[in-house]
Structure formats: C-alpha cells, structure tokens
Design a protein around this ligand. Sequence first.
Ligand code: 5GP
Length: 171
Amino acid sequence: MEKRYFTYQQIHKSAQRIAEQVEASGFDPDVIVAIGTGGFIPARIMRTYLGKPILAVGVAYYDINDKPTESPRKVQWIEEAEKKLSDKKILLVDEVDDTRTTLEYCVRELMRHHPEEIAIAVLNNKDKPKKGTLPSEVKHYFVGETLGDTWIVYPWDAHDIDEHDQLASHT
Ligand code: 5GP
C-alpha cells in the first residue's frame, strides 16, 4: 500500500486549519475529548488555537492477552467527569478516520453522558467505504485533509525523525 508521511510542521498547520474551521462554523466547544493515543498531539495543538480544556480517552482493539478484538474497547474513560459532560459541547479529536469504527464507538459512548452536542475533528479522513456510521446528532465533521486509502505515517511513530522528514519531502 502507498504510504504518506506527514511532518510535525504539517500536522501543526493541519490542526490550525481545523481550529479555524471550528471557529468559522460557529461551533464553540466547551471541552476537547482526545482519543488516545493518535488524537493526543492533534488535540493539544488545537487547544493552542481554541483555548479549551482536554479530556483524554483510550480505546484499543486488543484484549488483555494482546489478542485483536472485533470492536474497540475502553482502556481508559472519563467516568469521573460524567456529570461535567452533560449539556456540554464536545469536540472529539482523533488523528485519522479510517474505517470509522473508533469514531462511531466513541461518539456512542459519549452520548451516554448526555452532551448538548458532539462534533468531530480529524487530521485525515480516508475516502473509502466505512464500517462505522456517525449518529445524526453529529452535526459537524472537521477534517484537515482527505486522502485516498493510503497508509499514513505520522511523525510520532518515527524512530528516526530526520529520515521520516526526508521521506515526507518526497511524498
Ligand atoms: P478506524 O478504522 O477505527 O477509523 O481507525 C482506528 C485506528 O487505526 C486509528 O485511530 C489509527 O490509530 C489507526 N489507523 C488507521 N489508519 C491509519 C493510518 O493510515 N496510519 C496510522 N498511523 N494509523 C492508522
């Protein structure tokens, strides 16, 4: 599969563009919910522009024995913040919308907290048939860049960041 490399500089600018889209849309989130781990760095950059607090959640596709599972499961959630999310506007952030399974799972779980509204922000959406569907309550979907069905290599996965940046400059 074709690979696409993004530098930290590109990620920062993409997150800035998303924050600008959020501001232009009139959607004014009370809180950012970052899906870990890929959503952590994008959410933190968006916070620079949007100035909103971040809550973190962790979801994974493997079980306690490190075996892959059919659907995501929570490895960390925000039960203690439950009351704080009711009637709040949430900006849910992840790095990439691939099959959409993770986003659907997180939106549905967050809706149990009775927020006023949930919007989604991703650095990248892959233009492909999706397994997950977003509930009609999701009125806003912000994306930095839509790509085809390629494998995206983010800088935080690099063992050698200089080599990574070299590869990024060729794609
Ligand atoms: P989903 O299929 O649920 O939309 O995405 C699940 C997770 O798989 C994403 O949050 C992300 O961590 C990972 N993932 C999917 N596609 C890519 C990709 O192209 N590059 C990287 N680095 N991770 C991906």
